[in-house]
Design a protein around this ligand. Structure first.
Ligand SMILES: Cc1cc2nc3c(=O)[nH]c(=O)nc-3n(C[C@H](O)[C@H](O)[C@H](O)COP(=O)(O)O)c2cc1C
Length: 182
């Protein structure tokens, strides 16, 4: 599949078939993430995959609780992936000067590699930003000081999984050439 085809095929999947995802396919997605670029090649990430039902349910119960209950749909996905940041000093120092967090950009790129490879393999994903990171970290034994930045749900999408608003801004709204207002 061409990259642009995978980009067009990908949609946030919020309903999944009750069918496990083969480990080989999960590994394919992880390999795509592993190859992602990062500031100073720091690779400031760890992907914690939960594909064992009991463990995954435990994570979902904790992570999608309280004000995060709206994300409970993701509990039905057979796989949850927590992306934990592991920032390195050089890009962190550069990021402080630049007033940015390079490790978050890096994680975004790696996560999207994962997601696009999943789309290519016929799998559905949803980026999940609305969850209890502290509780998720506790369930996953993430060491103190490290943060679960974002999660992904993964599974075979149900047919109606991707109904929703996929509208995008127009090209004119998001671009200009040679200056902000041009
Ligand atoms: C960083 C990030 C966080 C997101 N968090 C959530 C979330 O917590 N719950 C959810 O249902 N969708 C979440 N999404 C999915 C977006 O709502 C979705 O990508 C957007 O509406 C566009 O739809 P599409 O992915 O189907 O093209 C998130 C997406 C991104 C990139």
């Amino acid at each position: 599949m061409k990259v642009m085809d995978a980009i067009k095929k990908r949609r946030s999947a919020r309903k999944y078939l009750n069918k496990p995802v083969e480990r080989e396919k999960i590994m394919e997605c992880l390999e795509a993430a592993r190859l992602a670029p990062s500031a100073c090649n720091a690779q400031p990430w760890k992907f914690i995959v939960t594909d064992e039902t009991q463990r995954k349910n435990e994570l979902a119960r904790e992570a999608f609780s309280g004000i995060y209950i709206v994300t409970r749909f993701a509990a039905k996905a057979p796989v949850l992936v927590a992306i934990v940041s592991d920032p390195k000093w050089l890009p962190r120092a550069g990021g402080t000067i630049r007033k940015t967090d390079f490790h978050l950009t890096d994680i975004g790129i790696a996560g999207e590699h994962f997601v696009l490879r999943a789309a290519e393999l016929g799998l559905g994903t949803c980026w999940l930003g609305w969850f209890d990171a502290k509780k998720a970290g506790r369930v996953l034994d993430v060491p103190a000081g490290k943060n679960v930045e974002i999660m992904l749900s993964l599974g075979y999408p149900a047919e109606e999984a991707t109904i929703g608003n996929h509208q995008r801004k127009t090209m004119d709204e998001i671009t200009s050439f040679n200056g902000w207002g041009a």
